[in-house]
Design a protein around this ligand. Structure first.
Ligand SMILES: *[C@@H]1O[C@H](CO)[C@@H](O)[C@H](O)[C@H]1NC(C)=O
Ligand SMILES: *[C@@H]1O[C@H](CO)[C@@H](O)[C@H](O)[C@H]1NC(C)=O
Length: 277
């Protein structure tokens, strides 16, 4: 409360903070600051939606403000987006997705969780160069792959809540994507593209504002084929936070070194961490 009192001495319109312990200059504090007007909008939004939200974590300011931000603080639009999400979650039994056994999919579509960037954001890595979308399509696994990709989002979103509960001042994850091994057959067949488009649209529609940066490394020029296909489905913020690096290791190393300590990156990402989770 002290911060608030100090600030009110100097400004007419002052920033409200969702969680007082979350203001640190280097964290995702911009996600957590609200003007008086935005705070009033959030309170009104909460009074309308809280009674219909099925899970407790959804009732927090931390969760709810995202929908308002994604819809420029327009309550009806944010409410539509949130309710569409609840409908989608129910129809697809998303709540149980974390309990399903993904060990087979994780072998063919490797991903890691459990690292953190310098300010404590969870880092999720996707070894997408190894992912053979086309093989999944031809072996009839497209549906299960779609669900696995949703599981990945759900898991990293939950990692944000976990990091926050552990006292880290963060609201988003960083995704690190290594596309070494990319080729058009594996990654750009028409059905492969439609799986990627669907994944992108799922992220934008149902998990707004949970990703800080997406960093792609070892990208060949042909990456533009799938990238151009999915870009129209990305929101402006997502496109702005996309960083694509080629195979010049020096370039992506310096970018990563600024953001993620080497002991939080496996050798594949130029770090010293042994493989985990
Ligand atoms: C998950 O599935 C794999 C392979 O199908 C199996 O070996 C493993 O025991 C299963 N894990 C659990 C927790 O059921
Ligand atoms: C989070 O912010 C609080 C208050 O500014 C600070 O005391 C705490 O050390 C921060 N935690 C981390 C993990 O940075």
């Amino acid at each position: 409360m002290k911060v608030y009192h100090i600030l009110t001495q100097y400004f007419w319109t002052i920033i409200f903070v969702l969680h007082w312990n979350l203001i640190t200059p280097q964290s995702d504090s911009k996600d957590l600051l609200l003007t008086v007007e935005e705070k009033a909008t959030l309170d009104e939004f909460k009074s309308q939606v809280i009674p219909i939200l099925p899970e407790d974590y959804m009732k927090s300011d931390f969760y709810l403000v995202r929908w308002l931000r994604a819809r420029a603080f327009d309550i009806p639009a944010a409410k539509t987006m949130l309710l569409d999400t609840m409908k989608w979650r129910k129809a697809n039994r998303i709540k149980s997705i974390m309990k399903e056994n993904w060990s087979d999919m994780a072998i063919d579509f490797p991903v890691t969780f459990g690292s953190f960037d310098k300010v404590g954001r969870p880092v999720v890595t996707l070894e997408m160069g190894d992912w053979d979308f086309q093989a999944a399509v031809v072996t009839g696994k497209a549906q299960i792959l779609n669900r696995y990709l949703t599981y990945i989002i759900e898991r990293y979103v939950q990692s944000v809540f976990k990091a926050q509960a552990a006292g880290k001042n963060v609201t988003r994850v960083v995704t690190l994507v290594d596309v070494e091994g990319f080729n058009l057959r594996k990654h750009s067949c028409p059905q492969c593209i439609s799986i990627m488009v669907r994944w992108t649209a799922t992220t934008e529609s149902y998990y707004p504002q949970f990703v800080k940066d997406t960093v792609i490394i070892n990208a060949p020029t042909l990456i533009q084929v799938p990238l151009n296909a999915v870009k129209p489905f990305m929101g402006r913020e997502t496109r702005e936070q996309l960083h694509v690096f080629g195979t010049n290791k020096e370039q992506w190393m310096s970018f990563l070194d600024e953001r993620i300590d080497r002991n939080q990156r496996t050798a594949r990402y130029g770090g010293t961490k042994l493989k985990v989770e």
